[in-house]
Design a protein. Structure first.
Length: 133
C-alpha cells in the first residue's frame, strides 16, 4: 500500500529522539563538543544565520558528510560518540528527524532532533552567525 508524505513524515518523527528547543540550548551550552547540524536549505540559513555551534548539511548531504569513507566527509561528523542535535526550519520537523535517523543508523549513539526546528531555537534565544561558503 502506498504511503502519503504525511505518513512518511510521521514515521520519521516517531522513530527519532526529540528535544525541546530550550533543552537543546542547554545541551549546546554544556560544552563545545556538542554539535548542531542544520539541514535547512542555503536560502533558509542565509535568512536567519547558522547556530554558533552548528555546521550546515543541507538536504541529504548529511549522509555523505557522516560517512567515514566518503570523499565529502566532515571532520565534525566522524566521532560516533559525539552528542549531536539536528535542526530544520520548523514544525513538523521532518527534515530534522530524518537527519537524526540517518545519523543513528550510521552509528551515532547520542543524536536527537530539535522539536520546532530553527524557528523554536530562535524563539528560545539562540544566537546565530552568518554561514561561510
Amino acid at each position: 500500500m502506498a504511503e502519503t508524505f504525511a505518513q512518511m513524515e510521521q514515521q520519521a518523527i516517531s522513530q527519532a529522539q526529540a528535544v525541546e528547543a530550550e533543552e537543546a540550548l542547554n545541551i549546546l551550552e554544556s560544552g563545545p563538543e556538542v554539535l548542531l547540524v542544520d539541514v535547512r536549505d542555503e536560502s533558509e540559513v542565509d535568512a536567519t544565520g547558522l547556530g554558533l555551534q552548528a555546521i550546515h548539511a543541507p538536504g541529504r548531504s548529511i549522509a555523505w558528510m557522516a560517512d567515514l569513507d566518503s570523499e565529502y566527509k566532515s571532520q565534525e561528523l566522524q566521532d560516533r560518540s559525539r552528542r549531536v542535535l539536528t535542526t530544520c526550519g520548523g514544525p513538523p520537523c521532518y527534515r530534522g528527524a530524518s537527519a537524526a535517523n540517518i545519523l543513528s543508523r550510521m552509528g551515532f549513539a547520542n543524536v536527537s532532533f530539535v522539536e520546532g526546528g530553527m524557528k523554536a531555537l530562535l524563539a528560545a534565544g539562540m544566537k546565530t552567525k552568518q554561514r561561510t561558503s
